[in-house]
Design a protein around this ligand. Sequence first.
Ligand code: FAD
Length: 468
Amino acid sequence: MADRVETLLKDHPRVRVLREGFPDPEGRCVVYWMQRAQRGKDNAALNLAIALGNALKKPVVAVFGLTANYPGAQERHYHFLIDGLIDAAGDLADRGVRFVLRTGSPDRVVKEFASEVRPAIVIGDDNPIRVGREWRDSVARDLEIPFRCVDADVVVPSSLFPKEEYAARTIRPKIHRVLNDYLKPIPNIKANVQWPIDLAAPMGEALERYDLIKTLNVGGAGRVENYRGGTREAERRLKLFIEKRLPRYATDRNEPTPYMTSELSAHLHFGHIGPLTLALAAIASEAPRESVDVYLEELIVRRELAINYVWRNDRYDRLEGCPEWALGTLAEHRADHRPHLYSSDDLEFARTHDPLWNASQKEMVLTGRMHNYLRMYWAKKILEWTPDAATAFRIAVDLNDRYEMDGRDPNGYTGIAWAIGGKHDRPWPERPIFGTVRFMSYASTSKKFDSNAYIARVRSLEQKILFD
Ligand SMILES: Cc1cc2nc3c(=O)[nH]c(=O)nc-3n(C[C@H](O)[C@H](O)[C@H](O)COP(=O)(O)OP(=O)(O)OC[C@H]3O[C@@H](n4cnc5c(N)ncnc54)[C@H](O)[C@@H]3O)c2cc1C
């Protein structure tokens, strides 16, 4: 038994040791603290917890701490998250793992739970976002048993990139060098030991959507009808993507009417499906190789570059995280004349002179989505229409985090830093306001796709929502 446990606890690039030690032999169970990887399938963190439980001959219990105070999160995000918890609870039960949901700050929930159930070890899942890191540090400080975190939501472990990468071209060869080592399916092993009936069952909240929403008392941007979270919905979207969209991804992915992309970024954000599952499905598909390669570039290289930025740069959600050359040129152009200046309210309520920008802002508010190409344009125009780059950055992060279903994600902070602060980009010919940060014009952007069809689609969506 000890040998097997030692093998499972050997150093691995996907596992961070937050509290050293061998599992307590007197412990009653193994706790999986589910936070980032909100799924009961294809989850390397859950697998480690189950394998350890089986080796130690102890049951496994998954705990989720649901906080009403996640920065930026709105009612729409909580509905989406609860969809995911419902699926996760079912998938965990199929694997012999008890699921416990408790409301409160996750670090407090985990500490209290551990003192009740007295586990041998706690296994968590990793997350580079500041608030998640603070919760983990707080748990690591106060637990008296070993605590490890598994980097379950990237294909290539983030620990292999210990420094901030300069651009896609610097991380790409490093990823490709090791990619095949990590493109392997995760077996969905089952727990051998059930929670014994003579031990008090750990209690939690019932997974009842409206009671939970009421208890949490969250408001803000409301639920988006027909935009469901959860592993089942992610699997449905994946099937549609592989069959209908991936074959055309290389040529048509910049077209927003209709979308030719996967529309799975929010499910990835909440961990309802993992990037490895998506990558393996694309590779196994019959789509043209070019489309698969372009998709893997977005899903792995671009996404993991964004995750690297957030892990390695503490100022990831502020202008100050952007490169020196961009900060310098933006400062030199700070006093440039701005023909259009809008307040944060004007922007939020889509009251600008630009019909394409207004349509994309409305699409985000109404549906929790915006197409990648339009997100670039959207953020660049916020830089052009507000008094300075730091203000633009703040407004873009605030709107993106509150309205996008996939907001509050490394991809969002990085996308905004790219658009406003030249992150992962290079200097371009100099022009007013932007300096040498890349500019996007209405004239050229609106010609890249059928912008009239897009504006008309958003208008009819708006009318449908307002009048139905
Ligand atoms: C200003 C701005 C803000 C953004 N905000 C967010 C955000 O809040 N959350 C978010 O997940 N993405 C954000 N992005 C990145 C990108 O726009 C979305 O990931 C993409 O539109 C999601 O749609 P999809 O799932 O259909 O993507 P697909 O084209 O199907 O791509 C597959 C996956 O690759 C990843 N990906 C795609 N494009 C990028 C990119 N440019 N950078 C990093 N990863 C990428 C996503 O995880 C995506 O789900 C932002 C980009 C910009 C320019």
